[in-house]
Design a protein around this ligand. Structure first.
Ligand code: ATP
Ligand code: MG
Length: 358
């Protein structure tokens, strides 16, 4: 029996459609080959063009329209002529928060053939999963502006941390750390300076840790964490941080693993009450849009995470093996990885790797 999964594809802006199309070609190839599963894909034209046309990036009930799907594959959002906060809040955050995808998971490792800017660090030396709180904190959307344009103008941006919100992400992170061979978790805060929300974060980490005696954990301030990631990457495994901090740390992590074009993300509702969303961490990258050179690896990897989430573990592992065969081949690399291959050539090479006998 072929298993059927319903997928909502939201390619979005810039290189989003280029990398999502590449991933859909790869998924289609994989599905024909294995016959174990089939994806029914619906495309949504949400993004900046819709905003120009209709004044909103997605329909008001957009998050609700996504409820019937088993998973969402997202490209990127953002355009030069639309303010970044409009695109972010109008689409990506509206979906993540609307569907309560509270755990944002970003695996980072150096794939074969990819070189890290860190000297002496190769595949196997850097193998992290960053867990980002994805529903509240600094991106809770609370705040406002008064006395606009006047010398005494004030803008406030209030970070909200709730016991429920912090406990659930902490429990998710400890559970994930436990499932990995090293069973090691680093909890990141800035609780020396942010003495309410992040002290709560520290307290809850210590409470939840008692449920996971087999997980070794430690605490780091976010500033010191950037130094440790750069100078002692082998000492880290699973990392949990707030919405803002993890956003910054995961860009650093992606750069240390070789290219922002490689890194994947899962926005999960771990209890599966709502669909989860999978996307590359990079943005719309208008400087290379339309040139056919976007690196699709971050989206391939995200698609592999999506397959795993759908219970297609074997297909997910197969796709990742093919991704590694592609990154290991200098002829298949896109310009951001120092090569000359196009998105289409890299995708063809991936399909060839999928065809190769294991
Ligand atoms: P956003 O504002 O949504 O973050 P952005 O245009 O700033 O989008 P980023 O994704 O942050 O783009 O990437 C920064 C730069 O890295 C891009 O301008 C592009 O040159 C490069 N880049 C990003 N993603 C890729 C990719 N998939 N392939 C090749 N280069 C990429
Ligand atoms: Mg950017």
């Amino acid at each position: 029996m072929t298993r059927i999964h319903r997928i909502a594809a939201i390619p979005g802006d810039g290189i989003g459609p280029e990398v999502v199309d590449a991933a859909l070609i790869a998924l289609d190839h994989l599905s024909r080959q294995t016959n174990a599963f089939r994806l029914e894909v619906d495309r949504f034209d949400w993004g900046s063009e819709r905003y120009r046309r209709e004044g909103a990036l997605m329909p008001e009930d957009g998050a609700r329209q996504l409820l019937p799907y088993d998973a969402i594959l997202f490209g990127a959002v953002g355009a030069p002529d639309v303010p970044d906060h409009v695109t972010l809040w109008g689409l990506r955050l509206a979906i993540c928060q609307g569907l309560d995808q509270y755990a944002n998971v970003r695996p980072t490792r150096i794939l074969p053939g990819i070189s890290s800017p860190l000297e002496g660090i190769g595949p196997g030396d850097l193998d992290w999963v960053i867990v980002r709180e994805n529903s509240e904190g600094e991106y809770a959307g609370q705040g406002g502006r008064s006395h606009r344009g006047r010398p005494h103008e004030i803008a406030t941006e209030t970070a909200i941390f709730t016991r429920t919100g912090v406990e659930r992400i902490m429990r998710f992170a400890f559970t994930l750390a436990r499932s990995r061979p090293r069973k090691r978790l680093t909890v990141v805060t800035k609780s020396n300076a942010q003495r309410y929300g992040l002290v709560l974060w520290d307290e809850i980490a210590a409470e939840v840790a008692t449920e996971f005696p087999d997980v070794t954990w430690d605490k780091m301030l976010v500033d010191a964490m950037t130094v440790r990631m750069t100078l002692d990457p082998k000492s880290l495994d699973t990392i949990v941080a707030t919405n803002l901090h993890a956003d910054i740390l995961s860009d650093l992590a992606a750069a240390l693993a070789g290219s922002i074009g490689i890194a994947p993300t899962a926005n999960l509702n771990p209890e599966r009450r709502t669909p989860s969303m999978f996307e590359p961490i990079h943005g719309s990258a208008f400087d290379i849009t339309g040139k056919g050179v976007a690196n699709p690896v971050g989206t391939f990897w995200s698609a592999a995470m999506m397959l795993e989430h759908l219970g297609e573990d074997e297909a997910a592992a197969r796709l990742m093996r093919a991704v590694e065969a592609v990154t290991a081949d200098p002829a298949a690399r896109t310009p951001d990885l120092g090569g000359t291959a196009t998105t289409a050539q890299m995708t063809e090479r991936l399909c060839a790797a999928l065809d190769a006998k294991d």
